[in-house]
Design a protein around this ligand. Sequence first.
Ligand code: AHR
Length: 349
Amino acid sequence: MKRLLERLEEVFFRHVGACILLLCVMPLIFVGHGIFREIEVEQAPFDAETEDLIVVGFSQLGSESGWRTAHTLSVQEALTKDAGYFLIFNNARQMQENQIKALRSFISQRVDYIVFAPVIESGWDTVLQEAKDAGIPVIVIDRMVNVEDDSLYTTWIGTDARKEGEKAGRWLERYLREREMQSEDINIVVLQGTIGSTAEIGRTEGFRKIADFHKNWHILESATGDFTAAKGKEVMEKMLRRYPNIDVLVSQNDDMTMGAIAAMQEAGVSFGEDGEVAVISFDAIYDALEMVDAGRINVDIECNPVQGAYIDEIIRKLENGETVEKSYIVEENIFTKDNVAEFLEGRTY
Ligand code: AHR
């Protein structure tokens, strides 16, 4: 009996000991593998106060597209040290929780301004209230926020996504009329961007508004490609398998369009000016405009990423105690084979 008790005691302590050891070591393993790792917000060793620089925390939603790269660059080129800024940059990798962490980090660092491009429209009330309570002006750029109290941000600079969607619809009306196809049944598929983002909501609603006037326009399917080439290709492959008779592709950004074009090439489906599928794209980055010029994309509705200079101007006004508008919309164009050549020259993105 005594031996049995001793044996039980030995087994119990060996297992409890192992468990305690495991509990101590596990977090170290996770940290090593990045599971508990905080998102990286540059902890700026800024001596900005002594240098008299304006400290700006910039939360960019991600790096999902060529457009996004141009957008980030535009901000970084405008808010330079020479122009009087100390810029703290964070890339949220398309995740709202990362953006919220970044904003909180900017608040705790007591930056002078927060600039941020929100990944989706909803879910910002609490963190923006925290910024307001800390007295930090917030400049929203690119996409919008949908908040109950619009005093939670100072101003918004961006593009008119709804109008972009309408422009796509109007272009399709003209295109069909020119080909005397306005009364034919037209099968359309839509590659949407990140669901819940301003660019997706606006372009979807704007295009649908025009489509609703045409009973012969059939939107066979709308599905998200998350604004990336890889996802755009994947979704288009499925659509091509499902629908053998697509007439029009509406792709809500150039990266997804590139992916969809690769899918059509692989499936042996012709597209563009003389093809089976007319291609409508958005953004108008350089590589896509070259494809417009080559007749592979029929039309590209511009979404202008050059927003940095506006931010600089707004901050200067605020620093001088001037009032600013609640919203600023940047200028945008439409590109087809007829006008694209003159714009390609000198375009930097
Ligand atoms: O919000 C603007 C959109 O976001 C652009 O169309 C797209 O390319 C980007 O990812």
